[in-house]
Design a protein around this ligand. Structure first.
Ligand code: CA
Length: 433
């Protein structure tokens, strides 16, 4: 029994050290997985799988280590038993060798003691074996569970991940191009501006006039945290949805590609909804986002109209005569919590927890923190206590955070020709077109 147990223990040790080595091997490289939460709502990402594995690994490794220790203990005990057997054999031999009945009696009682001790050892070992068997069973069960989970994950990820999201077949350089090609439904489309190396997904808002707005920013319920770093603002974050139900930032690089190469002037339309459900808008002509080398600088020609007022031009808060100058946004570079490109001693983006074309700092701030109900105070604003909500100060003051925002672009020609009178009225129908 002892040798076979040893063999079994050895086999188990081998088996488990092999499995644990394998899992640890898989772990290599995954720990440096760079999370990218851009638009991956419907399929588990590589990072998601890695996170999942990493969460499981420590427990499994711990269990394996503890099993290994138990097995070593058992191996040691078995060796002890072997030694006892050898000792007993020796005792018997020496008893046989020595003569005299008296010595025989002494020897036999000593052998009896040894037998009793040995029996005790056996009982202890049996107990240990029983416990070990339980441990093995529970570990086997756990391994089986892990295998099932891993198979489930594999099944989820092996085929090209099938999103239930409908992506429209028409493609173009932007949403107006898509609409020009006959697309009439708002939804998700692939577009590829002239300088883009690959097509990317956008939400196109296509109205009854055949106008195709490319949506570049959407806030609606605070479900996405807009406190992101430079890379995230560059690549975009949040979620695109075919029914316009989610929040996102399309990404500075894509916004640059969409606007910088346009041959006709681009209109930026900003649509805002407050907590009473009132909707207002502001249009800017010749809207352009610079390259990353120029820190995605915002420029526009002029305020083109709207009923929300021209907050991009700055605002006189009454604190200082320079207020308006230092809160205007035209010509400002983009700043994030980790990249300070503003006109202020500190980092506006860090203090306000957002990414935006900060001056010193803002009169418009559509990537601000989401405040349910709208009204907030310096105290609510956290560590720095500055106005950090979703602000359009020519409509509501800076301690009022808007409920919904949309930033979308369209060629100027489509605003002025056909459906031009529908500017404000059309916005009245936001969401039901
Ligand atoms: Ca600064």
């Amino acid at each position: 029994m002892a040798p076979s147990l040893l063999a079994a223990a050895g086999g188990l040790l081998l088996l488990f050290s092999f499995s644990s080595a394998q899992i640890r091997g898989d772990n290599l490289g995954l720990s440096s997985c760079n999370p990218n939460d851009g638009f991956g709502r419907y399929c588990p990402t590589t990072c998601g799988v890695a996170d999942y594995m990493l969460r499981y690994l420590p427990n499994v490794n711990r269990d394996l280590d503890s099993m290994q220790r138990d097995l070593e203990t058992i191996a040691n005990l078995t060796q002890g038993a072997d030694e006892t057997v050898v000792y007993m054999k020796d005792s018997v031999t020496s008893a046989q060798k020595s003569g005299g009945p008296d010595t025989h009696f002494k020897k036999s009682s000593s052998i009896l003691d040894d037998v009793l001790r040995f029996e005790k050892t056996i009982i202890t070992q049996e107990q240990q074996i029983f416990e070990l068997q339980n441990l093995i069973t529970s570990n086997e069960r756990r391994m089986a569970e892990l295998k099932t989970l891993s198979i489930q994950l594999q099944q989820k990820c092996s085929e090209p991940c099938k999103d239930s999201v409908e992506i429209q077949p028409t493609t173009g350089t932007d949403c107006q191009d898509v609409a020009n090609k006959g697309a009439t439904t708002s939804g998700l489309y692939y577009v590829k501006p002239a300088t883009a190396t690959e097509a990317f997904l956008v939400y196109c808002e296509i109205d009854n006039f055949g106008r195709g707005f490319t949506v570049i920013q959407r806030r609606r319920d605070g479900s996405v945290d807009f406190r992101k770093d430079w890379i995230q603002y560059k690549n975009g974050f949040g979620y695109l949805s075919p029914d316009d139900t989610t929040e996102f930032w399309l990404g500075n690089e894509k916004m640059h590609q969409l606007t910088a190469t346009a041959t006709i002037p681009t209109i930026l339309r900003i649509e805002l909804v407050d907590w009473d459900g009132t909707k207002k808008y502001a249009d800017y002509n010749m809207f352009r986002i610079g390259s990353e080398a120029d820190k995605y600088r915002l420029t526009y020609g002029y305020y083109f109209g709207g009923d929300a007022g021209d907050a991009f031009d700055g605002f006189d808060f009454g604190d200082d005569p320079s207020d308006k100058f230092y809160t205007s946004h035209n010509g400002m570079q983009f700043s994030t919590i980790d990249q300070d490109n503003d006109k202020y001693d500190g980092n506006c983006a860090l203090q306000d927890g957002s990414g935006w074309w900060m001056n010193r700092c803002h009169a418009a701030h559509l990537n601000g923190r989401y405040y349910q109900g709208g009204r907030y105070t310096e105290k609510d604003a956290g560590e720095y206590g500055y106005d950090n909500g979703i602000i359009w100060v020519t409509w509501h003051n800076r301690w009022y955070s808007l409920k919904e925002t949309t930033m979308k672009i369209i060629p100027l020609s489509r605003i002025t020709a056909g459906g031009q009178t529908s500017g404000a009225k059309q916005f009245g129908g936001l969401g039901d077109s």
